[in-house]
Design a protein. Structure first.
Ligand code: ACO
Length: 366
């Protein structure tokens, strides 16, 4: 029997499923507000720890004014789990290994649990990447800033000021973004009172998909396959003719340029300048070709550059392997998942929508 296609609200587009004080995505204006402040303001110099404090404000009674020491201690605490990173686990793609290590953390709904979960992808990702390269993990240094410690745990040497600033800007930029798919997944699980670890695992599961947080790895593959600016048009046109989507373009909400792409452009250029800037110039040529072709391909649907295009270039410049890009996204977005989970717990009922049955009735099925 052919499966009847449901004509339900497609992808829940336009459906309001939560009221939040955390962030607003204004798709028409291309603006992102996080707790009353615009992303342009936050991305230019607010460290990730301060951003976590901003997101958590009002959702935990015992929130210290400066979260940096507590987050440093949380990194040191979760590092104990890295002992369970056996070769079989390390053979998986990084997001699967990180997800498995995160699943070892106890559930709970207090600040200590939330900070351990914020620390988890930051500590586990460098350990997994190093294990895959045959290198021993580097233990966290709780006295360092979060971004500086992540890069030190990844490379084994202190990071440059530009690299730390670039990663800090990235983590802040992706920390929260309205009711995106992974945040919605985290809120649904939080609404069942399963605990913050379960909510974070739901978020990570949703983030892993190529239509959400899995896009930046394929952006690098696309750039590598194109190879030179003069090949861009032919490559893109052939991909669209095969009905493929261009990774790093299009968004459910933004109908203009994704402001997060702009926030990342400065750090990308600063980091690329040290290497001559050729990679960024090439990527910008590919971006322009893609925008021109997408406009002609879908004149009625604005398809602009999204955050993932510049994420790919930034994380490549910071020497994260493309296979780990989704995990780096999780390092930032986990802060939003935790705040949304606590907001859901504070006031929300169990999330339990309805479906409309469009299958056969018992008489017809017999
Ligand atoms: N390349 C080519 N065509 C596209 C693209 C793209 N990147 N994005 C959308 N389209 C086309 C679709 O094929 C569709 O065409 P059709 O009507 O002929 O079938 C039309 O535009 C509308 O697309 P939808 O699927 O309705 O858009 P939706 O809002 O569901 O999807 C999404 C948004 C998933 C981001 C989409 O634009 C996409 O797949 N982009 C590529 C993946 C990507 O970059 N993801 C990261 C998003 S940012 C983030 O999650 C952090």
């Amino acid at each position: 029997m052919a499966l009847q296609t449901a004509s339900s609200p497609d992808g829940l587009e336009g459906v309001v499923a939560a009221h939040t004080v955390l962030s607003e995505v204004d798709g028409a204006a291309g603006r992102l507000i996080i707790r009353g402040r615009s992303l342009d303001d936050l991305a230019a110099g607010v460290p990730f720890e301060a951003l976590v404090g901003l997101l958590f404000d009002g959702f935990f009674d015992d929130l210290p004014a400066d979260l940096a020491p507590a987050l440093g201690r949380a990194r040191a605490e979760v590092f104990a789990e890295v002992a369970h990173l056996d070769p079989a686990l390390a053979a998986h793609e990084p997001v699967v290994a990180v997800r498995a290590l995160m699943a070892r953390l106890a559930d709970g709904d207090d600040l200590a649990t939330a900070l351990r979960l914020v620390a988890a992808p930051a500590v586990f990702t460098p350990a997994v990447v190093r294990a895959q390269a045959g290198k021993a993990p580097v233990a966290p240094d709780p006295a360092l800033g979060h971004a500086a410690d992540i890069l030190r745990m990844l490379h084994g040497t202190p990071a440059t000021k530009e690299a730390v600033a670039g990663l800090d800007t990235y983590l802040v930029t992706v920390s929260d973004h309205g009711l995106n798919a992974s945040t919605f997944a985290a809120r649904v699980v939080a609404s069942t009172r399963a605990g913050l670890t379960s909510a974070a695992l739901a978020g990570l599961g949703a983030l892993k998909g190529p239509l959400h947080g899995g896009a930046p790895g394929p952006v690098i593959e696309m750039l590598d396959e194109i190879g030179a600016p003069e090949n861009a048009r032919a490559w893109i046109e052939a991909a669209l003719a095969r009905k493929e989507r261009l990774m790093g373009f299009g968004h459910r909400i933004y109908r203009v340029r994704d402001p997060r792409a702009d926030a990342l452009k400065g750090p990308v250029r600063a980091l690329a300048a040290a290497k001559g800037g050729g990679r960024v110039a090439f990527a910008e040529a590919v971006e322009q070709a893609a925008l021109d072709i997408l406009k002609a391909h879908k004149p009625d649907r604005p398809l602009d550059t999204n955050v993932e295009f510049y994420t790919a270039l930034l994380l490549e410049a910071l020497a994260f392997p493309p296979s780990a890009f989704t995990c780096v996204f999780a390092m930032g977005r986990v802060a939003g998942w935790m705040a949304h989970a606590r907001e859901q717990l504070a006031g929300g009922r169990l999330i339990r929508p309805q479906s409309v049955y469009v299958g056969p009735l018992p008489l017809q099925a017999a």
